[in-house]
Design a protein around this ligand. Structure first.
Ligand SMILES: N[C@@H](CCC(=O)N[C@@H](CS)C(=O)NCC(=O)O)C(=O)O
Length: 227
């Protein structure tokens, strides 16, 4: 298999964690990234393979799968063990819902922080009201997540793709200054449990190193490699 990846792409990081959790080898090809121009210009191959020119894209033989959620589902069908989805139908539905919530409801607020705090270098140009609103929505979600995690170790009845997606977005929020409060004890304990998983720890370390290089003004060009 081959994964088109991005140095700071949290959607790609979801897939990289799933591959490691499932002990799968994979070739990696990374899209260059820098703070001024983001992922532009997009490499021809990525534009050809993905209708929106985004990463991650997984290639397996002649199969092309794009979108991190679709890739999760394909990896689960291809290599069911160890499982990253619950088996019981209702819990499986809850898992898919939590995964979708992380990407489609929680992440847009994190994106506001990324676009205003990370990309906008001039503080006078930042949308302060937009940032404050996003931070409030993030805290409201933290309270919801904390409640859900009070009587369980993971978002569902076992470690799953819901935890992976939630973690990537929550970790970005934390890095951009939105941290769970002391009251969110269950959420904080879950963050610690997630961070201790080798597959997750490796990914955080890689992204933190890339973040430091971007802040130092470097263009990130990761050569082709293996996961
Ligand atoms: N829903 C997609 C989102 C993919 C996505 O937004 N990828 C970002 C990197 S995290 C990207 O390729 N951005 C390049 C661009 O927007 O030009 C997924 O889950 O894979």
């Amino acid at each position: 298999m081959k994964l088109y990846s991005g140095p700071l792409s949290m959607f790609t990081a979801k897939v990289r964690i799933a591959l490691r959790e499932k002990n799968l080898d994979c070739d990696i090809w990374s899209v260059p990234f820098c703070r001024d121009t983001g992922y532009e210009p997009k490499p021809d191959e990525v534009v050809r393979l993905h209708p929106q020119g985004l990463v991650p894209i997984l290639i397996d033989g002649d199969l092309v799968v794009y979108d991190s959620t679709q890739i999760f589902e394909y990896l689960e069908d291809r290599n069911p063990s160890p499982p990253l989805y619950p088996t019981e139908p209702a819990e499986r539905a809850r898992c898919r819902e939590a995964e979708a919530y992380a990407d489609d409801v929680f992440f847009p607020n994190v994106w506001t922080l990324i676009s205003q705090v990370f990309y906008e270098l001039d503080p006078s140009q930042q949308d302060a009201a937009g940032v404050a609103q996003a931070q409030q929505s993030i805290q409201n979600d933290f309270a919801r997540f904390d409640e859900r995690l009070r009587d369980r170790e993971w978002f569902c009845d076992q470690f799953s793709v819901a935890d992976i997606s939630m973690f990537m977005s929550i970790n970005f929020a934390i890095n951009l200054g939105s941290t769970p409060s002391d009251d969110h004890e269950a959420l904080r304990a879950w963050v610690a449990r997630m961070s201790a998983r080798p597959a997750v720890a490796t990914e955080i370390e890689r992204m933190q190193a890339n973040l430091a290089r971007v802040f130092a003004g470097e263009k990130l060009v990761e050569g082709p490699g293996r996961l």
